[in-house]
Design a protein around this ligand. Sequence first.
Ligand SMILES: Nc1ncnc2c1ncn2[C@@H]1O[C@H](COP(=O)(O)OP(=O)(O)O)[C@@H](O)[C@H]1O
Ligand SMILES: [Mg+2]
Length: 295
Amino acid sequence: MDQAASLRRLVLEKKTEGSSGTRSIVITSGKGGVGKTSLSVSLSIALAQDGKSVTLVDADLGLANINVILGIIPKYNLYHVIKGKKKLKDIIIDVPEGIRIIAGASGFHQLANLEQKQRDEFISSMSELGNDDYLIIDTGAGISQNVISFIMAADEVIVVTTPEPTAITDAYGIIKAIASQGNDKQIRLIVNRVQSVAEGRRVAQRVINIAGQFLNIKVEELGFVYEDMYVPKSVRNQKPFIVSYPKSKASGCVKVIADRISNKDPELQKGSGLGSFIRNLIGSSNLDGDDQKKA
Ligand SMILES: Nc1ncnc2c1ncn2[C@@H]1O[C@H](COP(=O)(O)OP(=O)(O)O)[C@@H](O)[C@H]1O
Ligand SMILES: [Mg+2]
């Protein structure tokens, strides 16, 4: 059976099971080092502290570090899954912070440049992850086919930038890449490492305006996070800042963002489920035209 056919079958199976209601959210950026991983981890924990069930996937295929931020050394990681040695559901780790994680693998060039077939298999295997309220996917920076595929498969995408002009330009670049895929994915923006509320607003407005003007695409401001020395300090201590410094400025901002994510428009609050993650994936694959129509 060809890949497209097996994916279609998976989708049909999922459809008959009904939608799980899981909201899948990809966290990405144009420029690297803007704080995606630090924010993904603390944001996932903030959602869990709010009573939600969360699985966090380290999909920075090639340069993983969620486990480093959490101070754990997983026995198995995505390398074993992509090599076919383990199933995704077998490598889920429950961490004391109250979330479940899928650890990534570092230093494997092959992971950073998956073939289409491997990528599709991997993304579709995410349906094994069960019925959590949230599936948060931390990606690598930049416009790779891996990242674009994750974005296209998910319900929502959060783009992280900092006030640096290079980060803003690259945020625009990734938004443009998403827009060029021609779907109306909801794109929201977090401005990290700001010195003031005004700075956060200014940067967000700039991105929103240029995306609206040049790409005719709507980007929403999700929030900002202050520049805060407790963030790097927590990375060094390998304990997420929301746990070790819950009263820090960065933690306060992340809690506001978590509230916004869970209290948004009730229509959008219910995720479309992991079945749709796969349907979206198929829609974005390079299948032949006939397959695309059927999918
Ligand atoms: N709000 C912040 N204040 C201060 N430093 C931050 C903040 N957010 C991230 N950093 C620092 O930036 C660096 C890169 O963060 P990381 O989360 O690894 O980025 P990415 O995943 O986007 O590559 C880390 O050393 C982290 O401590
Ligand atoms: Mg990262």
